[in-house]
Ligand binder design. Structure first.
Ligand code: SF4
Ligand code: SF4
Length: 453
């Protein structure tokens, strides 16, 4: 039996416990539940996972089709849960290359603005997209640093990019330079406005085999930057040298190709789906089962988004394949004392065996999954203006400050952005693709490139 004093304590204790549970939903303590719930519902795959859009789906009667988001009600349930789970801690802001270079975008500000509107019951107020603003929506480089750093597995970038999709597909609004690249995608199938290169220029003087259905093991996929950008064409020539040296069965497709990734990341999902479906059809007709990419964006598109549209091949980034060829002794590049700083592309934080095989790796302060973007992602290769500094310059300075002799990366857009950044500090050619460094270090006894007669 409890004495009356103890019984009183028992009731007070019990009531306090019930009050605490009732209060959880109405106080910041709700994060005790929302944070773990949000993490449990987050995508198992790291990075940004944009929602697919079914352009053939009929909208509910009396409603217009919605592409992207203008208001909270257009966001997914997971996006809305992100807003409730957000701790307003600002870790996303600290990691964001756009915010850290003084641009209009702050992922934390996007989250807090949306959360405020949610708290005010403005779920159907389409003024939200303007409160976020066009400039901020296009500042995102889709680097996923905010996703990586968020303690409750939020994805502020997915919300930002839904607003971007709305600007592009609903209002036909985007920054001028991106609009030109987009228009070029629609007219010429790639975003490199004004290039005079044709799709075969990169292999001038080389006898590169075409992909033979049923015969060839790997399709060597070029992608738009490697095809049309003169400096990036060197990556493909180096990769051909490596594949020949390792006696890998590979071939290329004739004619120009692009995954459509630049269109997708600039918010033009319709153009992306159109391009992707054409590629999928062609690959299926050719019986392609394994694809080597030389661009982090091509890899991300093929590996992350093409399966939703019916692709059925395996995609291997060239950096990974080169690593495997070194590991398996298929190529034996010579080692030197040169110091090499490696910049991890946002979509490809990778092992360093191949770099270690040709030189001494010097790590930048921000590396691997905590890498800092080159500034070219999310279509910002064609934009990226504003703020207090160019993102690529910040990253280039970080690389130079390591004291490395060379800076290596494994994505043509990273290479081009870092090259532009480095030229502000030195005239020396310092930035190379991993394939170029390995090809250069191959022994002369490796089978030479087959040159055209
Ligand atoms: S890091 Fe995550 S929890 Fe923190 S402010 Fe950004 S979105 Fe919110
Ligand atoms: S994806 Fe990168 S650029 Fe975009 S909001 Fe996140 S951290 Fe900023």
């Amino acid at each position: 039996m409890l004495s009356s004093g103890n019984l009183g304590f028992w009731w007070i204790h019990g009531l306090l416990g019930v009050a605490f549970i009732a209060l959880i939903a109405h106080t910041p303590m709700s994060h005790l539940l929302l944070g773990p719930a949000n993490s449990a519902l987050a995508s198992r795959r790291s990075g940004i996972q944009l929602r697919p859009i079914d352009f053939e789906a009929e909208p509910p009667e009396g409603e217009e089709p919605v592409f992207g988001a203008a208001k909270l009600a257009d966001l997914s349930r997971k996006n809305l849960l992100d807003l409730s789970a957000c701790l307003w801690c600002g870790r996303c802001h600290e990691a964001c290359p756009a915010a850290q270079t003084g641009k209009a975008l702050s992922p934390k500000k996007v989250m807090t603005t949306c959360a405020d509107w949610l708290a005010q019951g403005r779920a159907n107020d389409a003024g939200l997209v303007d409160a976020i603003g066009l400039e901020a929506a296009f500042n995102c480089t889709s680097c996923a640093a905010c996703v990586e750093q968020c303690p409750v597995s939020n994805s502020p970038a997915e919300i930002v990019l839904e607003f971007r999709r709305h600007f592009v597909m609903d209002r036909s609004e985007m920054p001028d330079t991106m609009a030109a690249a987009n228009a070029n995608m629609e007219k010429r199938g790639h975003p490199f406005v004004g290039t005079s290169a044709n799709s075969d220029d990169w292999r001038n003087g080389l006898d590169v085999p075409l992909y033979e259905p049923g015969e060839t093991e790997y399709l060597l996929w070029l992608g738009c930057a490697v095809t049309y950008e003169e400096r990036a064409q060197q990556i493909a020539r180096a990769m051909v040298r490596i594949l020949e040296a390792a006696q890998v069965s590979y071939g290329i497709l004739e004619g120009p190709h692009c995954t459509g990734d630049p269109a997708k990341m600039m918010g033009n999902e319709m153009q992306f789906v159109d391009t992707a479906q054409g590629n999928i059809e062609e690959f299926k007709e050719m019986g392609v089962r394994k694809v080597i990419t030389m661009c982090a964006h091509c890899f991300n598109s093929f590996d992350r988004y093409y399966p939703e549209l019916g692709s059925n091949w395996e995609t291997i980034p060239h950096s990974v394949l080169i690593d495997q060829l070194v590991r398996d002794g298929k190529i034996d590049p010579s080692h030197s004392a040169q110091k090499i700083a490696f910049h991890d592309p946002c979509y490809l934080a990778r092992p360093r065996r191949a770099i270690g095989a040709v030189g001494q790796i010097v790590e930048m302060p921000r590396n691997r999954k905590d890498s800092f973007c080159c500034g070219g992602g999310g279509g910002n290769y064609w934009g990226g203006k504003g703020g207090t500094a160019r993102i690529g310059d910040v990253r280039a300075q970080e690389a130079i400050e390591t004291g490395a002799d060379k800076i290596a990366t494994s994505c043509p857009f990273c290479m081009l952005m870092l090259t532009a950044g480095v030229t502000r500090f030195t005239e020396e050619r310092k930035v190379f693709d991993i394939a170029e460094l390995v090809a250069e270090a191959l022994p002369l006894s490796s089978p030479p490139l087959q040159h055209m007669p």
